[in-house]
Each structure stands twice: as C-alpha cells, then as structure tokens.
Design a protein around this ligand. Sequence first.
Ligand code: C2E
Ligand code: MG
Ligand code: MG
Ligand code: MG
Length: 279
Amino acid sequence: RAKQDGRGNFRFFEQSLDEAARRRRQIETDLRVAIRTGQLQLHFQPIVASDGEAIRGFEALLRWPHPERGFIPPVEFIPVAEETGLITQVGEWVMHEACRVATTWPEHVRVAVNVSPLQFRSQGFGSVVLQALSTSGLAPNRLEIEITESVFLEGETGVLQILHMLRALGVRVALDDFGTGYSSLSYLRSFPFDKIKIDRSFVTNVANDASAAAIVKAIVDLATALNMETTAEGVEDAGQHAELQAQGCSTLQGFLFSRPLDAVAAGQMVGSSKVKRAA
Ligand code: C2E
Ligand code: MG
Ligand code: MG
Ligand code: MG
C-alpha cells in the first residue's frame, strides 16, 4: 500500500514536472513573439526621500501583458529569458527604453535599471550602456544599474572590471535585494556601491519584529559608514515608513508611496507639485 502511494506520488511529481516544462516552453515561444511584436512594456516605481514625498528616481520594471493570458509576472518570464539567452535582447531594449523615458523627467530624477547576471556578464553589455546613454542623451549620473550579488557567483574578476568601467562612465551602481544572499557583506568590500537596497523581507517586519528592526538598523549604519545610500524596498504601511525614517534610511520604495506606473502616469507624477528638488 505504501508502495502504491509512493508510486502515485511519483507519477504526480512527474506530471507536475511535465506541466512545468510545458509552461516554460510555452513562455519561451511566446516571449520570442513578444519581443518581435513589441509586447513588452516598462513600468516605473517612484523611489522617494525619507519624507515620503520628494521623488528621487524611478525603478524601471518589466511588464508583459500577454495577449491571451494576461500579465505574466517578471519572476516567471525573466528566469526563462535568462536560460534561453533572450535576456540579452530584452535587457538591451530595457536599457534604451528606460534611458529614453528618463530624459522626459526633471534633471534631478534618476532611473534605476535591473540587470540580470547573464546580461551583466555578456560581451556587449558595456557598449549597450554607452549606446543607450548616447542615443537618449541621458546624463550618465542619472542612470543607476541594479545588480544582485548573484552576479558574483561565478567569480569576481570580470564583474569588477565591468563595475569599474560603469563607474568611469559616471553610471551609478546599486546592490539590490541586500541581505538575501549568502555573503552579502563580502561584496561590499569588493566595490564601492553607490547604494544598498534593503530587501523587502526585512522591511516587512521592521515595525513589529525587533530582530528585523536590528538588521535594518545594522544595514543602514553600515551603508552610512561606507558612504553608500540606502533604499528600503517594499514599504507598505505608515508604521514601516516611520521606523525606516527614524533609522536614517535615505530613500524608500513601496506600495505606500506608489505602485509601479506606466510611463505616462510616472511622467504626470513627477510633473506634479508634490515633487521637490532633491537636497
Ligand atoms: P526587484 O528589482 O527587487 O524589484 C522590486 C519588486 O518589488 C518589483 O516586483 C516591485 O513591483 C515589487 N514591489 C515594490 N514595492 C512593493 C511593495 O510595497 N510590496 C510588494 N509586495 N512588492 C513591491 P516585480 O515588478 O514583480 O519584479 C520582480 C523582479 O523581477 C525584480 O525584483 C527584478 O529582480 C526582476 N525584474 C523586473 N524588471 C526587470 C528588468 O527589466 N530586468 C531584469 N533583469 N530584471 C527585472
Ligand atoms: Mg531592483
Ligand atoms: Mg530589489
Ligand atoms: Mg527584492
């Protein structure tokens, strides 16, 4: 009986593997079409000063409204884009589009662009950044690249070279999802990042869990000592906002302030009177 159950489980397991593989293949096929026919869009989520009002920048986030299946979230299609190498093409489009849209904003407002490990390590990445800056005319210090520590997983050497090249261009570099990896601290020694983005998993409980609060405080103090800015990701309520502000976190991002917006809505938001010049 136990054996039978086991076999049943195994069959069920095989079926769900099959199902997952099928869905992946479907995403791959559809993603190729999406790239060719221009289905991908960029949305922009404000990053605000600790007062919760002055917009310092926007993070560009990919959106894929699939013609038959609705919005497919980035967590579902970006891994497929990475596995298939399609991320290089997608990432190039993102870089150009983000820089183009940013030129329509006031000069003190930056744009942050997520770059996946494979794209970051790809041969032409440096020239993609250069091209995007020169085509759009965006000042390099208005572009911020967001990478996660996973870009370092296959060794630091090539990565540091690219980081220094970006820095030489005047482009800013942020370390995204800080605290979720295995050895985040060691990467802070390898490169002087401009910014640390504190992962949402710490921010969620910052107002009601002493250890989450202590971790956030330690990250903010560390960043301050290293002369790096901080952004807290995923701020959803006033309690979190108050706590993060008290801890000296320099910038904030989350649904409390705004969801990611399409380019038109982002332009309206940044053009509204709420926007104050960065100090
Ligand atoms: P990320 O870079 O850490 O982006 C932040 C994610 O948190 C976004 O999810 C954003 O919509 C979400 N978020 C922002 N505020 C809140 C909040 O208050 N509460 C909650 N629950 N979530 C919030 P999204 O857009 O689904 O993107 C997920 C991930 O996909 C991103 O994480 C990033 O790693 C990746 N991604 C998105 N766009 C791109 C892109 O253009 N290129 C690359 N390589 N990766 C991208
Ligand atoms: Mg990001
Ligand atoms: Mg993040
Ligand atoms: Mg995150």
